[in-house]
Ligand binder design. Structure first.
Ligand SMILES: Cc1cc2nc3c(=O)[nH]c(=O)nc-3n(C[C@H](O)[C@H](O)[C@H](O)COP(=O)(O)OP(=O)(O)OC[C@H]3O[C@@H](n4cnc5c(N)ncnc54)[C@H](O)[C@@H]3O)c2cc1C
Length: 346
């Protein structure tokens, strides 16, 4: 089929790569000036692949998509033409003395996880063996099956690998509307056998999507040994630390009901970094090498939504969970697409 995709963020790139691999002719349209321009939320994400920890603010469907995506990511990465860092070494939930109430509330929300995913409480010795640099946390739990992905590498690798297989990218091109088999760009209507709308917050007014501001900071901490993502269970802040190759640690993320894309605020910097330092005092001499703000695309219920009609698939509302669930969502959308009988007007 001749396929048009509106949006070259995380979803658009993944769709393009999978569709071209399946033998379709694929064109992608995005207002970004080129493949490296970092407008999409996908670039900014910390890349936590945390189906269990995210049960705090997601449902069992997101959990199931996350577990399935954790299975799909390694295969996808193996098919890409450039390396992408991904690990599945579990993640840690941490709480300071005095924050037990908050920790118990969060753990209560995770109780629906199946036994092999359930949080495992660690004593001081077990925590020290897993992550010697973590100090000052009275309580720790291991989520054994969680993972992480290097989002910047993955965004770049998906574009390069799509191009190598024949995806045509139309950069600097805003799609005004996506309807069955049609993308409208300024006054022109471009016709396709099937259209995917993956414009994130750009899908308004066709979807009631909003942007939720998120801020992150990258630290450079040579010599620091951190093997897996950490999450501090704190009554005021959701703070996590994600180690990345090159001695980097991504500290994130604020979650603010605002579409302000301006630089990271002093308040977020102080809160996120104070929390990070409280967990790993050795970070004191780390250097802040990069800060970034972006908008998570969210629907009113903060849950993902896929709608599929003849000639049109819309996927949106990935909110905090894009990297966690995109491979499974895309696989499901493609399975439905390929199940459409050839005689239909697709
Ligand atoms: C600070 C932060 C931390 C995060 N951390 C995590 C994490 O640890 N784990 C996780 O799973 N998720 C995380 N996320 C969420 C994840 O990044 C998003 O869920 C994901 O990027 C959504 O993918 P998307 O393709 O729908 O949107 P995007 O990646 O935002 O892409 C949308 C694309 O559509 C394009 N577009 C917009 N308007 C138009 C138009 N009119 N025409 C054509 N194209 C258009 C945009 O230019 C963009 O390229 C985080 C997000 C943020 C901001």
């Amino acid at each position: 089929m001749k396929i048009g995709i509106a949006g070259a963020g995380l979803l658009g790139r993944l769709l393009a790569f999978e569709l071209v691999r399946a033998g379709h002719r694929v064109e992608v349209f995005d207002p970004a000036p080129d493949a490296q321009a970092r407008g999409a939320a996908g670039w900014t994400a910390a890349g936590m692949l945390s189906p269990v920890a995210e049960l705090e603010c997601a449902d069992e469907h997101v959990f199931a998509l996350g577990v399935e995506s954790l299975r799909l990511w390694p295969r996808l990465i193996a098919a890409l033409d450039a390396p992408v860092e991904m690990h599945q070494r579990g993640s840690l939930l941490l709480a300071h003395r005095g924050d037990e109430g908050c920790a118990m509330r969060v753990l209560g929300l995770l109780r629906n996880a199946p036994p092999d995913h359930a949080p495992q409480q660690l004593d001081t010795q077990a925590l020290r063996e897993l992550e010697p640099t973590v100090q000052g946390c009275a309580h720790a739990w291991l989520l054994p099956l969680e993972g992480q992905i290097h989002c910047v590498q993955a965004m770049a690798a998906l574009a390069v690998s799509g191009t190598a297989r024949g995806v045509r990218w139309h950069w600097g091109t805003r799609v005004a509307s996506a309807t069955a088999g049609c993308l409208r760009i300024e006054q022109d209507v471009h016709r396709f056998d099937w259209v995917f709308d993956a414009r994130g917050i750009g899908a308004r007014p066709q979807l009631p999507v909003r942007g939720v501001r998120g801020e992150i900071l990258w630290l450079h901490a040579p010599g620091l040994s951190l093997h897996r993502p950490l999450r501090l269970l704190h009554p005021r802040h959701r703070v996590y630390l994600v180690p990345r190759e090159g001695h980097h640690v991504v500290v994130g993320a604020s979650e603010i009901e605002s579409e302000d894309r301006s630089p990271v605020s002093l308040r977020s910097t102080v809160e996120l970094l104070a929390a990070a330092h409280s967990v790993i005092p050795e970070l004191a001499e780390a250097r802040i090498v990069h800060t970034e703000t972006n908008l998570r695309p969210a629907l009113p219920d903060n849950l993902p939504c896929v709608t599929q009609a003849d000639g049109l698939t819309r996927i949106n509302g990935l909110f905090r969970h894009g990297w966690l669930i995109a491979p499974a969502l895309v696989a499901q959308a493609l399975a439905r697409l390929h199940a459409v009988p050839r005689s239909q007007p697709a």
